[in-house]
Design a protein around this ligand. Structure first.
Ligand code: TXA
Ligand code: MG
Length: 336
């Protein structure tokens, strides 16, 4: 199959609609990362997503809808804070988990009695979702365990010949996946950190928890238990305090291979002549650049050495979660 990459146009949207209605998948731009979408009502179409990605069968999918789509038939009630959160943050990089009415394919939520719903703000995503006017189940458009895609080319690199259409909206401005928020309890609880931060949610809902699975417990967001976002080269990971050790590691690799650092601008400046990939200075910049640099690094280096940025709060919680997991520095979390 030829994999076509088109920007949104009346023709490409008509092709997207026809492809989805035929039970096939379409990759599309969102403001976080590219998604691999299929009709959420169709068992067959949803199963194609799992097969294409090589995704574990116990890792549920997020359903995407356009901003005028009526989600009430899909969800079995909601707590009072949910409406306020929707008003404050949607469309945008926040996924809300509700009690499900079971109307979509049972394969979307993998047997859970909840449903994750997201309203992306990307104009490409909105136009696509409006054209199909269906809930679209979509994980990130990468092969399972690989780094999430933030350009149409990244999607193409993982799925060339395997999917028919990629709706190109350019590079993703957010760069890390949406915040996943459990809205089934008395207070909202973050299952996956992202660009809508705990502080931002607490400002609207009064309070916001962050779920941390206890050792051995099946995580509430099953995806968070998989190794994830991994570049396909060797990796090593150091804190800023361990910079000297990181340099020793670099020199050792240099004897037989081509090492490269991945670190914030300030550390790149200290590292001067060493080969470096610059994550940037602000948390938002680091979120936007992380996945593209992991993919660049795996293509160019034999060993990618991550140096953890100094800042920790707000948006950095999501960036550090992805970075630690990409470098295998955080265990007990997996995703695809
Ligand atoms: O930004 C994003 O969210 C991107 C774009 C494409 O929208 N999508 C994405 O999907 O990151 P995926 O499949 O790579 O990650 C979905 C996450 C996983 O951690 C999964 O376990 C969790 O959402 N999830 C999905 N349904 C859930 C549910 N019913 N309850 C708890 N967690 C759920
Ligand atoms: Mg993913």
């Amino acid at each position: 199959m030829e994999t076509k990459i088109f920007p949104c146009s009346p023709e490409s949207l008509a092709l997207a609609k026809q492809t989805i209605e035929a039970g096939e998948v379409v990759a599309f731009h969102t403001e976080t990362v590219y998604g691999l979408g299929a009709n959420a009502f169709s068992d067959e179409a949803v199963l194609k997503i799992f097969a294409l990605k090589g995704r574990p069968a116990d890792n549920p999918l997020i359903v995407h809808v356009h901003k005028e789509y009526d989600i009430s038939p899909l969800i079995d009630g909601e707590p009072p804070y949910a409406a306020a959160l929707r008003k404050a943050f949607l469309p945008g990089p926040l996924t809300m988990v509700y009690p499900s009415t079971g109307k979509v394919s049972k394969y979307v939520s993998c047997g859970l009695n909840t449903l994750a719903i997201r309203v992306p703000s990307s104009p490409t995503a909105q136009e696509f979702l409006k054209a199909v006017d269906l809930p679209i189940a979509a994980p990130s458009a990468n092969l399972s365990k690989h780094v999430s895609p933030v350009t149409a080319k990244h999607v193409f690199d993982d799925f060339d010949g395997k999917i028919g259409l990629i709706l190109d909206g350019g590079a993703c401005s957010g760069g890390i996946e949406s915040t996943v928020l459990d809205c089934t309890g008395e207070v909202p609880q973050i299952l996956r950190e992202g660009l809508v931060t705990r502080e931002m949610i607490a400002r609207v809902a009064g309070v916001c928890g962050v779920y941390r699975p206890k050792t051995g417990e099946r995580p509430k967001s099953p995806g968070m238990a998989y190794k994830h976002y991994s570049p396909r080269c060797k990796t090593a990971y150091f804190t800023r305090e361990e910079l000297e050790k990181a340099v020793v590691c670099y020199r050792e690799e240099e004897k037989s291979g081509s090492p490269c650092f991945l670190c914030e601008s300030e550390v790149c400046a200290i590292l001067g002549d060493y080969s470096t990939l610059d994550l940037g200075g602000s948390p938002e910049e680091m979120a936007r650049r992380l996945y593209a640099l992991l993919r660049k690094g795996e293509g160019e280096a034999t060993l990618l050495i991550g140096v953890e940025p100094q800042e920790k709060g707000g948006v950095m919680a999501g960036v550090l979660n992805r970075m630690r997991r990409a470098f295998g520095a955080e265990h007990g979390t997996k995703e695809s």
